[in-house]
Design a protein around this ligand. Structure first.
Ligand SMILES: *Cc1c(COP(=O)(O)O)cnc(C)c1O
Length: 390
């Protein structure tokens, strides 16, 4: 079966992981900080905070940004549920902004319209979560300008976006946001098995997220709140630690970080391979009744996914097309069923018709196989099968 995505693990990855397995630290050792530095420097951010998933990173980011009961978080419906759930974890209300029909990313003009109308009602969001869908950056400058004008914080969900750039600025540099999150789930561009990272240039936000990922506990004497009243010099003994907030165990292990660090060596190769395969799909699928991905001139996509949309008339037969592809050994997927149409969100008042562009996308989209190890022969097989199935 040729699936829509697949991880790649090399001998170098296995050797790197084995080295950690034979070392003194399986977790809380030197490899997690090394991985954090490697990712942060690659995307030109000051701080990287590694955790056990992108979902955990988004959760910590929302807490660090001060999101709480009575606040609002906005994201797009065309995403994985985690981009919205992080708001609910904090007791905030979640709402959505519809997508742009060409890039399938958050529409900055719709965001502006919604900000204008909610301002009158005094219901502005505290955090906005743009999602770099399929690996293409959102219009971050425009969103950042709106953030200054309307006073919200920006959390980029770049689960698909490591290695992408916009106007030569790497996604993750946080030039136009407060925090950016990457996912290292095996289906994403670079993997740690399970894992995620929050990037930021704000020392206080990084410190807060570091504290919260490990129970809210610090062992750093310069941050202790309590003085030792038993000893003359008032310093705390070596076994001392303090819980200063209600945190979690969201830590990444050194085993995972070793895999991620080794995979980062191949990020550039992965990006060029993914882009080359995407260009090949573009050329081969041109004549079919499909809307192909549009990458804006100022963007370089990481091409986490190769998503096509069936032309309006074909949408009702998507299921049949997907089944025909399956018979040919090809596993396509849909990114995404709009989040607001999930039963959990419907129960919270959302309904069909509220975000028409995302709903159309959810009806028409199909993700074709795209991963670095996909061979040209396999891709040709996919192309032939797609042409036959239409
Ligand atoms: C994969 C994904 C997540 C969640 O990542 P995990 O590391 O699995 O928690 C969040 N948002 C988007 C857009 C994703 O694709």
């Amino acid at each position: 079966m040729i699936n829509y995505g697949r991880h790649e693990v090399t001998q170098a990855d296995i050797d790197a992981v084995a080295k950690v397995l034979r070392s003194d630290f399986l977790t809380q050792g030197p490899t997690v900080p090394a991985f954090e530095s490697a990712v942060a420097s690659r995307v030109r951010a000051t701080y990287g905070v590694a955790v056990n998933s992108a979902t955990s990173a988004m959760h910590l980011a929302c807490i660090a940004l001060g999101l709480t009961r009575g606040d609002r978080l906005w994201t797009v419906p065309n995403t994985f549920v985690a981009s919205a759930n992080c708001g609910l974890y904090c007791g905030a209300e979640v709402d959505f902004v519809d997508i742009d029909p060409l890039t399938w990313n958050m529409s900055s003009s719709r965001l502006r319209d919604k900000l204008m109308s909610t301002k009158k009602e005094g219901k502005l969001p505290k955090v906005v979560v743009p999602v770099h869908f399929a690996g293409q950056a959102t219009d971050q400058e425009a969103i950042w300008e709106l953030a200054q004008e309307f006073g919200f914080r920006v959390l980029e969900d770049a689960s698909h976006g490591i290695g992408a750039t916009r106007n030569k600025e790497p996604v993750g540099s946080c030039r136009w946001s407060d925090i950016t999150v990457f996912s290292f789930h095996p289906v994403k561009i670079v993997t740690t098995g399970e894992g995620g990272m929050a990037l930021t240039n704000d020392a206080a936000l990084a410190e807060r997220m570091r504290l919260l990922r490990s129970h809210g506990i610090t062992r750093d004497p310069s941050r202790f709140q309590m003085r030792n009243t038993h000893d003359a010099d008032a310093s705390q003994p070596p076994w001392y630690y303090e819980q200063q907030a209600l945190g979690f165990n969201f830590r990444m292990s050194d085993i995972q970080a070793a895999l991620g660090l080794s995979q980062m060596d191949r990020l550039s190769t992965y990006l060029s391979r993914r882009n080359a395969l995407a260009r090949r799909y573009d050329a081969a699928l041109q004549g079919l009744p499909l809307q192909l991905p549009t990458v804006k001139l100022e963007n370089s996509s990481a091409f986490h996914l190769y998503v096509v949309r069936l032309s309006a008339g074909l949408a009702p037969s998507r299921r049949k097309i997907v089944e025909r592809l399956k018979e040919d050994g090809i596993g396509v997927n849909v990114h995404y069923i709009p989040v607001h149409l999930q039963p959990y969100y419907r129960e919270r008042g959302f309904a069909e018709g509220q975000f028409p562009e995302a709903e159309t996308h959810g009806r028409d989209a199909m993700s074709l196989p795209l991963f670095p190890a996909l061979t040209l022969e396999e891709q040709d097989h996919v192309i032939a099968a797609v042409s036959r199935a239409m």
